[in-house]
Design a protein around this ligand. Sequence first.
Ligand SMILES: NC(=O)c1ccc[n+]([C@@H]2O[C@H](COP(=O)([O-])OP(=O)(O)OC[C@H]3O[C@@H](n4cnc5c(N)ncnc54)[C@H](O)[C@@H]3O)[C@@H](O)[C@H]2O)c1
Length: 263
Amino acid sequence: MAQNLFDVAGKTVVITGGLGQLGRQFAQTLSGNDAKVAILDIGVRGEVSGDSVLYLKTDITQRRSIESALAAIEKKWGIPHALINNAALDSPPHISCEETSGVENYPEEAWNKIMDVNLKGTFLASQTIGRVMANAGRGVIVNINSIYGCVSPNPQIYEHKKKNGQAFFKPIAYSVSKSGLLNLTRYLATYWAPKNVRVNTLTFGGVSNNQDPEFVKEYSRRVPLGRMAQEHEYNGAILFLVSEASSYMTGANLILDGGWTAW
Ligand SMILES: NC(=O)c1ccc[n+]([C@@H]2O[C@H](COP(=O)([O-])OP(=O)(O)OC[C@H]3O[C@@H](n4cnc5c(N)ncnc54)[C@H](O)[C@@H]3O)[C@@H](O)[C@H]2O)c1
């Protein structure tokens, strides 16, 4: 029988932000392929853990919070095999007009909040969980990026909002925080290569999620494939990066964006 190149059975995979739109997809795909999945999310409330899934209320901006989640994972399943750094803020909740109206008025608090989660939180999770994987001599880290960490958002997509008297710019802190992941990946990849911990960036284009039809039209016509992604379309890349199928890949950036960054 052919060996399953994308085998993740029995691996313990930690997903930050695992309750979100894409994190849920990754969790279902991995547990559907017999991995054990630990979901670390600030939004965990009454979710029920089981034999192959563990929900842990965790704030990735707080080192102690990640440490206590790791202790619970190690107690149940031992040292994790993989970490998917997926939790991120696009804009903080209760977004203010200043935040979307352009750089000149972009609030410092919004910058701090986004940097705190997207960069510092990703660093703290990598440091805490990467350390034990490195000590075990194996591991995988996947840092979830956006096309807006590779190229600047195109403000023309939001031109239609001006007709309604609104100005909208994708927040600068989101782009800057996501671009920081590219070198966080490269740094950790070379740093932990001797310990057999592979670290890669996985970059996504926009995902369909009941957005305003005008936005969907404007976005889609700038994508070579002519549409937004469906939320399941990144699951194959997750299996690839977590499994031995990507055993010679580290420090790289895998881009799934329908061709957005190709022209
Ligand atoms: N959805 C898209 O169109 C898209 C496109 C490109 C990249 N991405 C990236 O994919 C990833 C997932 O996106 P999504 O759309 O599923 O996001 P989402 O907003 O649906 O989910 C994010 C999750 O992170 C959690 N979270 C926020 N702050 C946290 C903290 N301090 N500690 C722990 N958990 C915290 C939230 O509770 C939430 O469950 C993000 O990194 C995002 O930047 C998304």
